[in-house]
Ligand binder design. Structure first.
Ligand SMILES: Cc1ncc(COP(=O)(O)O)c(C=O)c1O
Length: 403
């Protein structure tokens, strides 16, 4: 048992004056002025700025504008993609145990049953071999998550999908900039779902986007996102005169507002610049931690583009002489915000109880979930911040009794 009872506070003088918030967004005057413009125009809800954000996103992804729909979260995007894919009660959807609860909840809300397939220990992405083992007569879809922004093995996943006539819904919450063999994340599957939550690479505060290969799926998703009202119901209060709408199915309230799109338009315009900044931070971390007894994230695979959404270290207590949870506490004591992405899904009591899953059944996800720590990597992290994070990690690990 590694000693974990010595004092490991930051070295004297190491604490920052102010707390470094994990995943803080980088908001410029352009976003602020655009939001103010929306407020002054009086058009706060779904309107022309949402349309522009959709078309900018489609352009960024290199697809036509009739294949995207903006919504108010990635959770909503996943939920209505599953419904538009025709998935419901009695169906099984295979996904990863190393994800946020939203991925699993969306499957449950669609009425289908989530089925977990363990991840690869190095890439932390769902393993195609484990997917194959989980296919049954009831499997209808695969829902891969491009974890941390690293693309899944989409060649293998799409091959399995073709062999078994399965839908593919990509969870691209971390993967705006991600590419695999020259193709952009979200354009492989029948649907791609993006998040613009506040910590994400592109933020609108809360927000999401659906990409679909089939424009009819997008048309359906738009109807589902706005109560089931007939197409483009947001036009009903426009200057072209009042338009009747008709309810064509029982939908949801998942539409994005212009206030959100006002932020997103400028965030998206800076997405590549922001990636260059995070690439620099990532490299500084990799160099600074190479001598420590932690496990560093694998470099991006050749022929792929990693969106560098998360920088994660694995803290193995036997190697580091400190438990992961104690490490989290010490980082917080150094005034540095950290994250855990993620405790594996079967660690949560609700899913354990409902699906009888045990963490040990998914050993790679379990180990990663118990050892992982995410360090600040947002575009708001500056030179002084990065020095503080690196200094704190060294200071905590050098005061441990690791071998
Ligand atoms: C992998 C993954 N999927 C889905 C979601 C849900 O995104 P949102 O908060 O936009 O609903 C998140 C959010 O953190 C996520 O990390």
């Amino acid at each position: 048992m590694a000693a974990d009872n010595t004092s490991r506070q930051c070295s004297p003088g190491r604490e920052r004056g102010s707390f470094l918030t994990f995943g803080a967004p980088h908001i410029t005057d352009a976003e602020i002025e655009e939001v103010v413009h929306s407020m002054r125009s009086g058009w706060l809800g779904t309107g022309p700025k949402v349309k522009r954000f959709e078309s900018d996103f489609a352009h960024y992804k290199g697809i036509p504008a009739d294949r995207v729909a903006a919504v108010n979260s990635c959770t909503a995007a996943l939920h209505i993609s599953l419904i538009a894919a025709g998935i419901g009660p009695g169906d099984e959807v295979i996904t990863t145990p190393l994800t946020f609860a939203a991925t699993i909840n969306a499957i449950i809300h669609s009425g289908a049953t989530p089925v977990l397939a363990d991840v690869d220990p190095v890439t932390m992405n769902i393993s195609p071999d484990r997917i194959r083992e989980r296919i049954t007569d009831r499997t209808r879809a695969i829902l891969p998550v491009h974890f941390a922004g690293r693309p899944c093995d989409m060649d293998a996943i799409m091959e399995i999908a073709r062999e078994h006539s399965l839908m593919v819904i990509e969870d691209c919450a971390h993967a705006v900039e991600t590419e695999y063999h020259g193709q952009k994340a979200g354009t492989f599957g029948d649907f791609g779902c993006f998040s613009f939550y506040v910590t994400k690479n592109v933020t609108t505060g809360e927000g999401g986007m659906i990409l679909a290969r089939n424009p009819e799926h997008i048309a359906r998703a738009k109807v589902l996102a706005l109560h089931g009202l007939s197409k483009d119901a947001w036009h009903r209060f426009g200057d072209a005169g009042y338009k009747h709408y008709y309810v064509t199915e029982c939908g949801y309230k998942y539409n994005m507002m212009d206030l959100q799109a006002a932020i997103g338009i400028h965030q998206l315009a800076r997405v590549e610049k922001s990636l260059i900044h995070r690439k620099r931070l990532w490299k500084l971390y990799q160099e600074a931690f190479s001598s420590l007894p932690v496990i560093l994230p694998a470099e991006p695979e050749p022929g792929t583009r990693h969106a560098l959404h998360l920088y994660t270290l694995l803290i193995d207590e036997k190697e580091c002489g400190i438990s992961r949870d104690r490490f989290l506490e010490e980082m917080t004591r150094c005034n540095i915000g950290v994250g855990v992405h993620y405790l594996s899904i079967p660690e949560h009591p609700y899913y354990r109880k409902r699906f009888k899953w045990k963490p040990e059944e998914f050993p790679n996800a379990m180990r990663i979930g118990r050892q992982t720590v995410s360090l600040p990597l947002s575009p708001a992290v500056g030179n002084r911040d990065i020095r503080d994070v690196i200094g704190a990690v060294h200071s905590i690990l050098s005061s441990t009794n690791h071998p």
